[in-house]
Design a protein around this ligand. Sequence first.
Ligand code: NAP
Ligand code: 12T
Length: 337
Amino acid sequence: MKQKEAYEVAVVGATGAVGRTMLSILEERDFPVANLTCLASARSAGSTLSFRGGEITVQELTESSFNGIDIALFSAGGSISKQYGPIAVAAGCIVVDNSSAWRMDPQVPLVVPEINVSTIGDSPGIIANPNCSTIQMVMALKPIQDLYKIKRVVVSTYQSVSGSGQKAIEELTAQTRAVLDGNPANPEVYPHQIAFNCLPHIDVFLDNGYTKEEMKMVNETRKIMGDDSIEVSPTTVRVPVMVAHSESVNVECERELNLTEVRECLTAFPGVKVIDTPANNEYPLASSAAGKDEVQVGRLRIDLANPRVLNFWVVGDNLRKGAALNAVQIAEKLIGQ
Ligand code: NAP
Ligand code: 12T
């Protein structure tokens, strides 16, 4: 895009869990923002959000919201992205979209900057941000793919409630209190109690028996890695954690793995931190990854039965690298940073 001193930036869904994190990250990384426009529904129009020591009044999203905006970061759900993404593009914006609306559209690049920034063309329009569980997994898979070529991945996720937004964070808090006090949990966001429980159900169930979240991990992994031959066998589970998703990953490669080499390639990969000293009880944890930018990888070990198979544990902040940070990194690439 045309380079400027500073850019007109809009955040759609600015009051949400991801939107608020976008504001923090734009501020932390000193993104060259001339003006920040915060957009949400009529419900929160008129409320204020803090940005760079000032207060920004939230405006209601309308068809004219994008006039004069250079970059629009969307995180207000798939139907808003489907409806307003093309309106923003027609107004001359570049859209970085966090929803699942455009990810598998062949015209839309699906980008993790450390992996496939080159798929962003000269006049991108909409750029899709991948699903949170997929981003942290492919960050660990990419260096392994480059060295050993991956055939198949079996993954089970342990996903935090912040992945489903602000209301789910409140639901886990309220339910934890209610259950400890001997009161009923009253599920609203999830179909069952999430406090003190694990739900093998994220997003909606599809006809093939998998959830939509599981199929995102299958299809988005192939698109980001640029390799349709990678087989992904996922089980996605919601756990009573506030922030950061954890994943157990089993990767079958085309040739025998060398654990020292695996450790080295992961350590060298930007955005990945290897934490793997089990003798000192050191391994990635949701509690240590929450609030951090890096994707943490540990429990690296070769499969007991097959020297071409690796097991590891990967943890990432779903609101940061899984959503807002990745989106802002894409915006940084757009402005030539
Ligand atoms: P959230 O906390 O529920 O926030 C939703 C945001 O969308 C709020 O700002 C809300 O504004 C706004 N919104 C809702 N309906 C709207 C409407 N009709 N018009 C304008 N704004 C509207 O959810 P979240 O966790 O931040 O997630 C937001 C979206 O980001 C998700 O739906 C998902 O598509 C995406 N997401 C992506 C990832 C990823 O993996 N990359 C991770 C999490 C979420 P009000 O304050 O007015 O209600
Ligand atoms: N349903 O970006 O509930 O497609 O954790 C991310 C997270 C959808 C998405 C979740 C979801 C997405 C969730």
